[in-house]
Design a protein around this ligand. Structure first.
Ligand code: NAI
Ligand code: MG
Length: 498
């Protein structure tokens, strides 16, 4: 094998080496059309690179490469596949600094609080799934003593994966690593706002994996994502993004009758009872709201119900803590909060803040200070906003904003809090904060969400199934169950021994 790629911690330089390419069949490949689009640094509005403008022709080439590589991979001894996927994880862990810097450059997420952390979770997810290869087991079934009856797990074939821009590395790991360990090949379409780091990851792991097994295309949804979902050789689609696009993906998958996993965001509630440890709950709200990610999280705890007896104290402490966070250059180690991803999202977030300001009775508490650095004047910075006394029917209180905007409501009693928490089209995550065990346990049963926590607000973790109810999606990710249920077919085999 030739020399391994060395980490390049100069993100602008690395971006230029990746400029204009997909990664297909084991190498960097330009779009067949020759077209490209700009990749922007949202902190400065500078163009940092071009990305290949993928379309249906590129999808055809990538799916063909994947289909060619998959059978030999599926035949490999399972633990050997796992070993190679774990080796991808170890290789990625040597590149955490590089990947963190590059993702900070293209997404505006602060390096210290977000981007570097995400790069290290990416590596960890590959190591975790690599160790699960031996768990691709079926069952024996006591059907008839004369017939050996069993189930076996088989790979699906070629998996199409579509990822968004908010946590591109983690979300791609949740898709690629289990798909590969289960014996599939993968074609990923990156988000148009964040194509570079995802491309780099695929370039890096291709040093370990056979060519064609994992391919990545950059491009826009309708031109590149849609043909990937529709491609006849794609036997499974795994998607993270908006509800609106999730429905389009699901419709196409329904026409083809293929399985899908959809992770579609939310408006996650947090209930803080009167007996809760306020400081702990405030810390949980800050993590839950992902203020360090500008609130750009599907799981954001953006509806915070606080008992009236502690509401004002909670809001004061929350505001003080968010005020103390520093907004600024994403690549600066002292920065806590970076930028919104794109002008479109910036406008969307600001329009929700305007709606909140115009909502009768609502009070807006703007936190933290805008950066003053002259290089950042075109940066997409938004001050975090905490709304109080906002009507629960106002759009910012009901709809996913995907920005640093939290609504804090007061409630009188527990039943009211549960009813209001569940009064949402979404059902991704929920938390309750209380010292009372009975209340906590009751809430874990009654909260309509796929990921429920008491007195903490952990983010996605390897080995814990993660996914939504209601409009938040279908299927689970990040666990053994996710690999078995969503990346294999289960086949029943009956052997008549008479
Ligand atoms: P989106 O759902 O349109 O994009 C996500 C991915 O889907 C991107 O890779 C995009 O290119 C692709 N895509 C778009 N249209 C497609 C199509 N017709 N067929 C196949 N793939 C397609 O989300 P977008 O526009 O980036 O953000 C809009 C809103 O969606 C955000 O404001 C936020 O509320 C929500 N969102 C939720 C995410 C989550 O983690 N669940 C992630 C990103 C956005
Ligand atoms: Mg969209």
């Amino acid at each position: 094998m030739s020399e391994r790629l060395q980490p390049n911690t100069n993100p602008a330089d690395l971006a230029s080496t990746l400029s204009g390419f997909h990664f297909i069949g084991g190498s960097l490949t330009p779009a067949r059309s020759g077209r490209t689009f700009d990749v922007i640094n949202p902190a400065t509005a500078d163009v940092v690179a071009k990305a290949a403008y993928g379309d249906a022709d590129d999808v055809d080439v990538a799916v063909a490469a994947a289909a060619k590589a998959q059978p030999a991979w599926a035949k490999m001894v399972a633990r050997q596949r796992g070993k190679l996927v774990a080796e991808c994880g170890r290789l990625l862990s040597d590149h955490v600094e590089e990947l963190g810097r590059l993702v900070a450059l293209e997404t505006g997420k602060a390096l210290r609080t977000e981007s570097r952390v995400e790069a290290s979770v990416l590596a960890d997810m590959f190591v975790y799934y690599g160790g699960l290869a031996s768990e691709l087991k079926g069952e024996t079934v006591p059907f008839n003593p004369d017939m050996l009856t069993m189930t076996v797990r088989e790979p699906i074939g070629v998996v199409g994966a579509i990822i968004p821009w908010n946590v591109p590395l983690l979300l791609m790991a949740l898709k690629i690593a289990p798909a590969l360990v289960a014996g599939n090949a993968v074609v990923i379409k990156s988000a148009e706002e964040a194509p570079l780091t995802a491309l780099r990851v695929i370039q890096l792991i291709n040093q370990v994996l056979p060519p064609g097994l994992v391919n990545i295309l950059s491009g826009f949804g309708p031109e590149c994502g849609a043909p990937l979902v529709a491609h006849p050789k794609v036997g499974k689609v795994t998607f993270t993004g908006s509800v609106e696009t999730g429905r389009i993906v699901y419709k196409t998958a329904a026409e083809k009758l293929i399985p899908v996993t959809l992770e579609l965001g939310g408006k996650s509630p947090m209930i803080v009872m009167g007996d809760a440890d306020i400081d702990r709950a405030v810390g949980g709200a800050i993590i839950g709201m992902r203020f360090t990610r500008q609130g750009q999280s599907c799981t954001a705890s953006s509806r915070i119900y606080v008992h009236e007896s502690i509401h004002d104290e909670f809001v004061a402490r929350l505001k003080a803590k968010v005020d103390a966070m520093k907004m600024g250059d994403p690549l600066d180690e002292s920065t806590d909060i970076g930028t919104i991803i794109s002008p479109d999202q910036y406008e969307k977030v600001r329009s929700y803040i305007r709606m909140g300001l115009e909502s009768p009775g609502a009070k807006a508490h703007a936190c933290s200070a805008m950066p003053t650095d002259a290089r950042l004047t075109k940066g997409l910075f938004v001050q975090p906003v905490i709304f109080t006394d906002i009507s629960p029917d106002a759009r910012p209180a009901r709809e996913e904003i995907f920005g640093p905007v939290a609504c804090v409501f007061r409630f009188k009693d527990y039943e009211e809090a549960i009813a209001r928490a569940n009064d949402s089209e979404y059902g991704l995550a929920a938390t309750i904060w209380t010292r009372d065990l009975r209340t906590a346990l009751d809430a874990t049963r009654r909260l309509e969400a796929g990921f429920v926590q008491v007195n903490q607000n952990l983010v996605v973790q390897p080995m814990l199934s993660y996914g939504g109810m209601k409009s938040s999606g279908l299927g689970r990710e990040a666990s053994l169950e996710a690999m078995l249920e969503h990346f294999t077919h289960k086949k029943t085999v009956i052997i008549n021994m008479t």
